[in-house]
Design a protein around this ligand. Structure first.
Ligand SMILES: *Cc1c(COP(=O)(O)O)cnc(C)c1O
Length: 366
């Protein structure tokens, strides 16, 4: 049995261990100077005005909603196909997630799919930049402006991806990132929120740490504890030092896959528009049932037997009616979710492994 090719691997290639040990020895293991440094370094990297490091990408979304004052009775428009943290955190603050369908090619929501869903209760639109692609933001931001609705980018999967030359997550008034172990840079668990609005940043700082600002033990709001630890931030600082190398490696993996997969019948890949300069976090392929009559789930089992770990696309909102309501059927999201899988996407993949994966996929076509 050959070694299984994992779906993802962290890129701890730099000074992660050195900085983590330094944080540990300093005894600053909760808050500490690496947190400030990570915020400053990430702000410089992304060209963001305010960066708040937080415990994870889900907390980042939760904090963004709290900072924006989103709560009971409000509606938040999220994609019907994506990782569902943006929908779940809407629920968590008492708001209602409303699902927009995605574009069949880019796999992202668009102003066209979102516009008909805007009501007097809509408070936010959350474009999720799925797999590292970036949603067509300009029309979404225009729609937000017209309708007085805040746009919050969920850039958890698109760290380093650019839209018209600007970093995803910094283009809308607010953006969120995840530093989970599988993401483009990692702190184990971790994340960040960005905003160009200083008042919003101040409100989020309050909610991030118990609602305390000026006076210890004096709670101005019923805040949470969403803080990132100094130990984790130390790892993040080392990750950021080598982000250009990670991004270059990811670019090479995406290019190698694209060359092979585009030439194979029965498969299609996510479309990247001209406005987007992507750092692809995951390589998704859609299977044409005429070439893969056994179906996606069977293909995943066959890949597994060949020593290749794959993941399904996300389950769409309609697969979880107990959570998201019976009205969440969306034709494009549902069809994509049923027919796609995600191939191993680690930046440490070499060409030989990428060929082995593509050969395996080709061998399974009927
Ligand atoms: C990973 C991810 C999150 C959640 O991040 P965590 O750090 O795991 O909490 C949120 N949104 C999207 C789109 C993600 O991919």
């Amino acid at each position: 049995m050959r070694n299984t090719i994992p779906w993802a691997e962290p890129t701890l290639w730099g000074r992660e261990e050195e900085y983590a040990v330094d944080a540990l020895r300093s005894t600053w293991i909760s808050g500490g100077p690496y947190v400030d440094r990570l915020e400053a370094d990430f702000a410089r990297y992304a060209d963001a005005r305010n960066v708040l490091a937080v415990a994870n990408g889900t907390a980042a979304l939760h904090l963004a909603y709290l900072g924006a004052g989103i709560g009971a009775g409000d509606e938040v428009i999220v994609p019907g196909f994506a990782f569902m943290a943006a929908a779940n955190m809407a629920r968590m603050v008492g708001a209602t997630p409303v699902f927009a369908d995605i574009d069949p090619d880019t796999w992202c929501i668009t102003a066209e799919t979102v516009a008909p869903l805007i009501t007097s209760r809509t408070r936010a639109i959350v474009p999720v930049h799925t797999y590292g692609n970036v949603c067509a933001l300009e029309p979404l931001l225009a729609l937000g402006d017209e309708s007085g609705v805040l746009v919050i980018e969920d850039a958890a999967e698109s760290i380093g991806s650019k839209y018209r030359g600007r970093m995803s997550g910094t283009i809308a008034p607010m953006g969120t990132y995840s530093f989970h172990a599988t993401k483009t840079i990692t702190t184990g668990e971790g994340g960040a929120v960005t905003t160009g609005d200083d008042a919003l940043a101040d409100r989020m700082r309050l909610y991030r740490s118990h609602g305390m600002a000026r006076t210890r033990y004096m709670h101005e709001v019923a805040g949470h504890n969403f803080r990132l630890t100094n130990l984790q931030a130390a790892i993040g600082c080392a990750q950021l030092e080598q982000i250009d190398r990670i991004v270059a490696k990811r670019g090479g993996v995406w290019a190698a896959y694209t060359t092979r997969l585009q030439a194979m019948p029965g498969l299609s890949m996510q479309k990247i528009e001209m406005d987007v300069d992507p750092v692809m976090w995951a390589v998704g392929v859609r299977l044409d049932p005429a070439h893969y009559p056994q179906g996606r789930d069977a293909v995943m089992g066959q890949m597994d037997a060949l020593g290749i770990e794959t993941r399904p696309g996300f389950y769409p909102a309609s697969a979880m009616p107990h959570l998201y309501g019976p009205q969440s059927h969306l034709p494009v999201s549902d069809a994509l979710a049923a027919s796609m899988l995600v191939l191993p996407s680690s930046p440490s993949l070499d060409d030989a492994r990428i060929h082995r994966i593509c050969d395996a996929l080709a061998s399974l076509a009927g």
